[in-house]
Ligand binder design. Structure first.
Ligand code: PPS
Length: 288
């Protein structure tokens, strides 16, 4: 297994060396986006896989053939990963590209292009919970430690992929410079159909109601969690251990309530308010 214990330092953040090398990161930094590209941007655990599936199905007009026969990392590869260079299509047609990289690295190249950017943001408390469980299953991640310590490190940005706050604020501050849509995981949960229609409009893909029906049905958590092309069961146990935690774990809003103590929640809220003071991103995290 390649570079399972290696940490790659890049642009002030740490990344798992199993997926990133200096060469792959340089390639990402110099990549030329083009008109027609759709770039899905997320901080990890925010709904990346969900969006990869939705965009795949929008382009196939609800036909599930590709979504059920090609792994998500092949049809919507991560720009910064080692295999990207050999995976990305050079021929004409829309390309779906995924990235977790921060805005300061990619925004200049994106601004020059006519690529469309889809940014998903999720309640950071649920992100922290999901990320914590991912650390348990992903053998190329460091030990999570106990949950309270993990949340502390998450708030300080001392986790792989860096600070959630920097990621979200950095990308949100690009709203005037990019052709970008911001969606929340929570709004997708509340009304998936509405989110799909918004995306269709943003991507310029008119859709019949029956096609939207098919996408909505296919992108339900219960269906996606059984789809081997997105649930990561194709990856060997030595890399992702599904006995420790499933990749498609719960898929709910507000699981943080089962993990945070009142005190932890207060501390989190305090830091959230301080750090987001200079950001006018309006989000509704609670669905109740
Ligand atoms: S990654 O590793 O960054 O690509 O992870 P990412 O895909 O961003 O996030 C994984 C979480 O998204 C949940 N998920 C979904 N929730 C609801 N509906 C659908 N269809 C769906 N697909 C993926 C997945 O379960 C992870 O969240 P948790 O809270 O851990 O369950």
């Amino acid at each position: 297994m390649d570079r399972m214990d290696v940490t790659e330092e890049f642009a002030g953040i740490q990344l798992p060396g199993h997926l990133h090398t200096p060469e792959s990161l340089q390639y990402a930094q110099e990549f030329e986006f083009r008109e027609g590209d759709v770039v899905i941007v997320t901080y990890p655990k925010s709904g990346t896989t969900w969006m990869q599936e939705i965009v795949t199905l929008i382009y196939s007009k609800g036909d599930p053939t590709i979504a059920t026969s090609v792994p998500n990392w092949m049809r919507a590869p991560w720009l910064e990963h080692t295999y990207f260079k050999d995976t990305i299509k050079n021929e004409e047609g829309p390309r779906i590209i995924t990235t977790h990289l921060p805005s300061d690295i990619l925004a200049p190249a994106l601004q020059k292009s006519k690529a469309k950017v889809v940014y998903i943001v999720r309640n950071p408390k649920d992100v922290a919970v999901s990320f914590y469980y991912f650390h348990k299953m992903a053998k190329f991640f460091p030990d999570s430690g106990a949950f309270p310590e993990f949340v502390e490190r998450f708030l300080e940005g001392k986790v792989y992929y860096g600070s959630w706050f920097d990621h979200v604020k950095g990308w949100y501050n690009q709203k005037k410079n990019l052709d970008v849509i911001y969606l929340t995981y929570e709004s997708m949960h509340k009304d998936l159909r509405r989110s799909i229609k918004k995306l269709c409009a943003f991507l310029g893909c008119p859709m019949y109601s029956e096609e939207v029906d098919k996408i909505e049905q296919h992108c339900k958590f219960a269906v996606m969690s059984q789809n081997a092309m997105v649930n990561y069961t194709l990856i060997p146990t030595e890399i992702l251990d599904h006995e420790k935690s499933k990749f498609m774990r719960k898929g709910v809003v507000g699981d943080w309530k089962n993990h945070f103590t009142d005190e932890q929640n207060e501390d989190f809220e305090k830091i959230y308010k301080e750090k987001m003071l200079d950001c006018d991103l309006q989000v509704v995290w609670n669905l109740d």
